[in-house]
Design a protein around this ligand. Structure first.
Ligand code: NAI
Length: 387
């Protein structure tokens, strides 16, 4: 028998300072199952704000750092009995590469938010580094953590819809319908600044989630893209709206719509997958439901938590009975739990369970970055571009 690891999986966070958005979601998601604990962090590029966050979250002040470089140096020198099992990177896009490289080089496993990095060269370099260093690396394309998304993937694999011929995926938001970056909105400022967001705003921020979701559910690869990109809001430097045609490796066709200027839309991510036998439909804002449609009988609406949702591992990723809604944090927590259980298996010299190894990896992050750049290239050249 392998020796059981008798403790929680430990992590440190980079980013997530006062007033930030996603760092707190990561923290709540990590804590949900009681298997993971936050013990260190460099929460802001401002040391005072980092310290403040450490206090708010009741961390040992000796493990709250003024910079991620200091954190990497000090945490690397700790004995195994105190060493962090992984690092979460929840900073703006342009910082991911250097931070990820620093911690992977120091032999830490990493969870990094999307887009993984800002250039294709950085993405490919990170893939090579993670392989060379033999670390686990997760990119939080968190929508694949939803149980009904896993069920959809299972149904496609089982042939429920037949051969996939057409996919329509949308991620529509309205929060950037006006120039709110000029009014001091922190999240809007860096997302619309090419120095920080990279070559894209809309596709990088939300289109890449749609890309990841499509490939996860269908099991297909996007082969080429044709994009019509627009910057609707005057004074903005990056695109805020995208209509993208997709061609898949099996001959299927698709449409990916992503927008930040659709007034009234919140986080309207939805997907329809049309096969020659049936189709599937899932909406992120109603994530506990999945529609299955047929040509010869009425549509079925299946709901998370019921015994009849028997797909491969779907119930493993469900925590509450049917009718008690689960959503964003639980889906995020599924990625965290799977990643932590993978690391736990490593500690115990076990092979991780396949269902836990099902989180987006460095290669998926790289694919997302390539997708972003190819869409932007297509938008600029007005031509189909291969991935
Ligand atoms: P934010 O602007 O709200 O927070 C960023 C935080 O990082 C701030 O606390 C800032 O002080 C800190 N920071 C910046 N540079 C730092 C450095 N060098 N060292 C330490 N901390 C530093 O940004 P938000 O919205 O939380 O986004 C962060 C990342 O998460 C982005 O890459 C974004 O694309 C991604 N994201 C992912 C989402 C998802 O659903 N997976 C949703 C929202 C954001």
């Amino acid at each position: 028998m392998n020796k059981r690891l008798e403790r929680k999986i430990r992590y440190g966070m980079v980013g997530g300072g006062p007033g930030s958005f996603i760092g707190n979601v990561h923290r709540m998601a990590a804590a949900l199952d009681g298997e993971i604990e936050l013990v260190a962090g460099a929460f802001s590029s401002d040391p005072e704000k980092s310290r403040q966050r450490g206090e708010e979250w009741f961390l040992d002040p000796n493990r709250v750092y003024g910079s991620y470089q200091e954190m990497a140096e000090k945490e690397s020198s700790l004995p195994l009995s105190e060493r962090l099992d992984f690092i979460s990177i929840v900073t703006p896009n342009h910082t991911h590469y250097e931070i990820a490289k620093t911690f992977v080089n120091a032999n830490f496993n990493v969870i990094c938010d999307k887009p993984m990095v800002n250039t294709v060269a950085e993405a490919e370099e990170l893939v090579n580094l993670v392989r060379e260093k033999n670390q686990y690396f997760c990119v939080t394309h968190n929508y694949v953590g939803y149980p009904m998304v896993k069920e959809a993937r299972h149904l496609v694999r089982r042939g429920k819809v037949g051969n996939v011929r057409k996919v329509v995926v949308e991620y529509q938001q309205g929060w950037l319908a006006n120039l709110i970056e000029a009014t001091g909105s922190k999240q809007a400022i860096w997302r619309t600044d090419p120095q920080q967001a990279g070559v894209s705003s809309c596709i990088g921020d939300i289109g890449s989630h749609a890309e990841n979701l499509v490939e996860y559910i269908t099991g297909l690869k996007i082969k080429s893209v044709f994009a019509d990109l627009t910057t609707f809001v005057e004074g903005r430097l990056l695109e805020d709206d995208a209509s993208v045609l997709l061609r898949f490796n099996n001959g299927a066709k698709g449409v990916l719509l992503a927008s930040q200027i659709c007034v009234g839309e919140e986080n309207n991510l939805n997907i329809r997958v049309y096969g020659d036998l049936g189709s599937l439909e899932w909406h992120q804002e109603e994530p506990n439901k999945l529609w299955i449609k047929y040509s010869d009988r009425p549509s079925e609406l299946i709901r998370r938590g019921n015994d009849y949702v028997g797909g491969y591992n779907t119930s493993y990723f469900t925590r509450l009975p049917a009718g008690h809604p689960e959503a964003f944090i639980e889906a995020f927590a599924n990625l965290y739990r799977s990643f932590a259980r993978t690391i736990r298996a490593w500690h115990e010299s076990r092979v991780p369970e396949l269902k836990d190894f099902d989180y987006p990896k460095v290669e998926d992050g790289c694919r997302g970055v390539i997708f972003i750049h190819k869409v932007i290239e297509s938008g600029k050249t007005g031509k189909w571009v291969d991935l």
